[in-house]
Write a protein that binds this ligand. Structure first.
Ligand code: HSE
Length: 452
């Protein structure tokens, strides 16, 4: 049978990895797919560079629309990125009846509902394994391997740049700005690192996982997004002393209604630095590596680990999608794995309208660092406010003032770990504590996840 024909839009790091791995492993891939898979056309603005990568046997053009218009092309791989032209091209490829493979998490997290609906209507597949955690087959695991389960939560280190920075801060005791500069020099962080360090990239990815885990629409706009740029080296050190590591986690969690505690049913969707017990495997994921934990009611807790970025790891995910499409494209569209794991058509199985809970309704535990005057009664006042709010304390750590502020210091750090409580309650208690004259600096609050 004639090989399936693939057109590639954008041949950068991932595109060239895809081309190389497909060429290197073509026999293996053909035996798995049941048919050859060939990139026969590439669109890239730098035609000469692209032609240099793919050789003379592949047609290279500067106009992506020429690829979409080519009737020989069965699958379009979009590796341009962003929401602008990439969105137009994906929609045009779908309209032209092409299957689409993309690594574009931003595009799908923001416009996924529209894109998947268009693909559904046209009977084509839009595959995106490479969009979340690079080479880790987490989309496949959530959508297929764990399909028997009611997923309770997903929590992942899904941004390598920030995990690298946090690892370096912990290892070397350096502050955020110094490590970011080093990461940029080493090529781990982009020249404009905003999406990574402010948690946006992780939020795109966890938004996609939330949709697949719970059968809800993709709702990036409702995700709580907080990055690592304000993290202080001191908090990483104190967390360590208490048996925790700080990780930037993307969390999607099903919350069951609890009328006694006035808790409504919904989904927590949030990205923020989190203390994680250092005995959890995920706390020991260091450097630029990624890892995702998924808890299902039948399987229990599972963990997926690997490279979340890079040329060939991401190509591995792109090609897995190409193989899936090759195997399934002749099948009746209704028999294929649904884009977001749940069948969108059947009324009683339609996408769920479970709400994304506002942050005030999230339940979690906390690490608090208060810089306080080292005088009588301070601890009592602070713990009194927490007691009044029914927030239970799990642990307290206080260092001698000299140790924190140097010889003769009159203030010190008071570290408090709490048990679970409603975020709105914690916000109110924090405001009261902050107003105490003996609390000398803005209180640091970092959420804590036991991931048990
Ligand atoms: N910039 C991402 C990261 C990789 O640092 O993990 C692509 O999603």
């Amino acid at each position: 049978m004639k090989p399936i024909q693939v057109g590639l839009l954008g041949i950068g790091t991932v595109g060239s990895g895809t081309f190389n791995v497909l060429a290197r492993n073509q026999q293996e891939i053909k035996r798995r797919a049941g048919r050859g898979i060939e990139i026969t056309m590439v669109a890239d603005l730098d035609v000469a560079r692209a032609q240099g990568i793919v050789g003379t046997g592949v047609k290279v053009v500067s106009d992506a629309r020429a690829v979409i218009a080519n009737p020989e092309i069965d699958i379009v791989i979009e590796l341009i990125g962003g929401y602008g032209i990439a969105k137009q091209l994906v929609m045009e490829a779908i309209a032209a009846g092409k299957h689409v493979v993309t690594a574009n998490k931003a595009l799908l997290a923001v416009h996924g509902t529209e894109i998947f609906a268009a693909a559904q209507a046209r009977g084509v597949m839009v595959m995106f394994e490479a969009a979340v955690a690079g080479g880790i087959p987490i989309i496949k695991a959530l959508r297929e391997g764990l399909t028997a389960n009611r997923i309770e939560w997903v929590a992942g280190i899904i941004n390598g740049t920030t995990n690298f920075i946090l690892s370096e801060m912990r290892d070397k005791g350096l502050d955020f700005a110094t490590v970011l500069q080093q990461a940029q020099k080493l090529g781990y962080a982009e020249a404009d690192p905003t999406f990574d360090i402010e948690g946006v990239d992780a939020a795109h990815k966890v938004t996609l996982m939330s949709a697949i885990a719970f059968g809800i629409p993709v709702q990036f706009a409702k995700a709580h997004v907080e990055g690592i740029s304000k993290l202080a080296a001191a908090d990483i050190k104190y967390a360590e002393q208490l048996g925790y590591r700080i990780k930037l986690l993307g969390i999607a969690k099903r919350r069951h209604a609890n009328p006694a505690k006035k808790l409504s049913e919904g989904i927590e969707l949030r990205v923020h630095p989190s203390l994680v017990p250092n005995k959890r495997l995920i706390a020991n994921v260091e450097g630029a590596m990624n890892a995702v934990m998924v808890h299902g009611d039948a399987v229990g807790t599972t963990l997926y680990y690997g490279k979340g970025a890079g040329s060939e790891p991401t190509a591995s995910a792109v090609i897995a999608d190409l193989v899936d499409i090759t195997r399934l494209h002749m099948a009746d569209a209704a028999q294929r794995v649904p884009h977001l794991a749940f069948q969108p058509h059947t009324f009683d199985q339609a996408l769920s309208d479970l709400p994304i809970l506002p942050m005030g309704e999230v339940v979690t535990s906390y690490y608090l660092r208060l810089n306080v005057a080292d005088e009588a009664g301070v601890l009592a006042k602070v713990t009194g406010i927490l007691a009044e709010a029914h927030i239970s304390i799990d642990a307290v750590l206080q260092r001698e003032a000299d140790e924190v502020g140097g010889e003769g210091a009159t203030s010190t750090d008071l570290i408090i770990l709490t048990h679970d409580c409603l975020e709105a309650k914690m916000n109110a208690a924090l405001a009261q504590m902050q107003a105490l004259p003996t609390v000398l600096a803005p209180i640091v609050r970092i959420r804590k996840e036991e991931l048990a």
